[in-house]
Design a protein around this ligand. Sequence first.
Ligand code: PGA
Length: 245
Amino acid sequence: MKTEKLLIIANWKLNKTRSEIEAWLTEFTDLLAYWLTDSPAHQPTDLPEIALAPAFPYLRAILNPSGLEPFYKAAAQDVSQFLHGGAYTGEVSAKQLKDTGVKYIIVGHSERRQHLGETNADVNEKVTRCLENDLIPIICVSNLDEVEALTPNLQHLTFNNQQLTIAFEPIEAIGTGQPETPENAQKIALAIKDRLGDNTQVLYGGSVDASNVTDYTELPEIDGVLVSGASLDAADFAELVEKVA
Ligand code: PGA
């Protein structure tokens, strides 16, 4: 089952300073506002759900874009696996992120697995913290083995019928300009929904840009995209969003 509104997440990774983010938000908002007035056929309801994931210090800029019409929600790039209130220097808890107004949390990105040794067990803990705090985890997996490893915990976790969102991102496709074929992305999305339930939201990520985004968003089992490289420039990202809308 495809969700009604597509979800597009911009993952800025370790990029952007405050002034760059402010300039990006102004340009992006202006471009979308222009697109909306450009044709009576363009309606705000046509826009996908958009979430921006800056580094932690800049979440406030996304949440409080002074005076700008917010076309987007805030997403964090990570969350602590630990419960709020412990002695864990440097960590940011799910409770703190919820309190800040964040809606989505990217969990288990392959770069964190690769460079920071994050394991499926860590990912399970982080997903648990998100769901306990009513945050929507965007659970990144590179292959079906990772889905398999997470499945027993995920099946236990879906208390209150909370939304599970899986982002399928093959490592070879990330930042390489060589995306997974839409046929394979569709096949994997179907396999994920078979294991985790038809109401699971599946995103595709890996070298998505304005030229190929609809090859994925038009697939019957793909509910959105996770984009990094093509989200760093506001005009590129606005073009991508307009293609989907
Ligand atoms: P990319 O990265 O869009 O630059 O390929 C995607 C990701 O890492 O989430």
